[in-house]
Design a protein around this ligand. Structure first.
Ligand SMILES: Nc1ncnc2c1ncn2[C@@H]1O[C@H](COP(=O)(O)OP(=O)(O)OP(=O)(O)O)[C@@H](O)[C@H]1O
Ligand code: SF4
Ligand SMILES: [Mg+2]
Length: 318
């Protein structure tokens, strides 16, 4: 059964102004996340993944050139809220973020517990004692001994601090957690144990995730749906089962073929070339100059094509 839609994004745009021109980091994104679902977003460095997260949470830099689209959460149109209501009602309460490199963002001179309870005290008006109880429960959930709430960040390993960042994002009991590369810069075993933890958290709490990661192999264990991003756009959106068995978009096929697999004799291949710059995008399909399947039609911009409940931006599926 398909879960109820929790978040629905349509035609979301976030462009930045720079001296060299307009950077089209998020360029017409459509996505949905169901209740208690894990949506994994894959894509090369610089394709706009962190910008998409910023656009969802309205964490905007000063040089925004365009920011528009619709973001519905449980029927509430988030883009219509003024900044103050958004800050008060959405950030932390409905949607929390574990930002890229979160484990290095703790204040070195404050104890972990004091930092972790802050959003619960400030955003929800919880008492310190109540918030600390919740922090203890969350430390248990993410697998850190409670005693570490009394410690300073440098006393925790990188993996522990990353788990603590996840606990902090959950202190306000949000419905949706955005995780921007939660395991980069950690060793493989720690990465795997964090993904396992996320799986357990999803199961135990009913929370939904949007998870950005380069770790395609490990994320396949957790994903319910997969979105592939390329040059500011979503080029494929699919249920995870069919995606990992049979990706549709030529770029997705290239991404999966580049993952080394144990007990698999197939050759590992890499996608040649580099993604286009987001300032001067080529006309037509943005993947064309790297695509082994391109044909005449590809000089025109492909629309999102619906196919058996999946979506793919490629003329091959017209
Ligand atoms: N404030 C900004 N002003 C101008 N350009 C920006 C700004 N923030 C991001 N960009 C550019 O937007 C593009 C997308 O950046 P973004 O950080 O979203 O990519 P990403 O997919 O998260 O990459 P990575 O995997 O390396 O984290 C990049 O070209 C980046 O240089
Ligand atoms: S539209 Fe054409 S160039 Fe683009 S991915 Fe499909 S086949 Fe390749
Ligand atoms: Mg990023």
């Amino acid at each position: 059964m398909t879960p109820k839609t929790l978040l629905a994004i349509s035609d979301l745009i976030l462009h930045f102004r720079t001296r060299a021109g307009i950077v089209r980091a998020v360029d017409g994104v459509d996505l949905t996340v169901g209740d208690n679902e894990a949506l994994v977003i894959l894509g090369e460095s610089g394709c706009g993944k962190s910008s998409l997260v910023r656009a969802i949470l309205r964490l905007l830099p000063r040089n925004v050139a365009a920011y528009r689209g619709a973001i519905l959460m449980d029927g509430l149109d988030l883009m219509r809220l003024d900044d103050e209501s958004f800050r008060r009602e959405v950030r932390w309460k409905l949607i929390s973020l574990v930002p890229q490199a979160a484990m290095n963002a703790f204040n070195p001179v404050l104890r972990m517990g004091d930092q972790i309870i802050e959003p619960a005290v400030n955003q929800l008006g919880m008492s310190r004692g109540e918030a600390m109880d919740r922090a203890r429960a969350l430390f248990r959930l993410v697998g850190i001994p409670e005693a570490f709430l009394q410690r300073y960040p440098f006393e925790l390993s990188g993996g522990m601090r990353q788990r603590a960042a996840i606990a902090m994002a959950m202190i306000t009991s949000p419905r949706l957690l955005l995780l921007d590369e939660p395991t980069s810069a950690l060793d493989v075993l720690t990465q795997a144990s964090i993904f396992n933890k996320l799986k357990q958290i999803k199961w135990e709490t009913g929370i939904a995730f949007i998870l950005i990661t380069h770790d395609i192999a490990v994320s396949s264990e957790l994903a319910d749906r997969v979105a592939v991003m390329y040059a500011g756009q979503i080029v494929e959106f699919s249920d995870a089962q069919r995606f990992f068995r049979e990706p549709l978009h030529p770029y997705s096929k290239g991404l999966l073929a580049s993952v080394p697999r144990l007990r698999h004799r197939g050759e590992i291949t890499f996608i040649p070339g580099r993604p286009p710059g987001l300032i001067q995008l080529p006309p037509g399909c943005r993947f064309a100059d790297r695509c082994p399947f391109r044909f005449e039609k590809c000089s025109q911009d492909p629309p999102m094509i619906h196919r058996d409940g999946r979506m793919v931006r490629c003329w091959l599926y017209e």
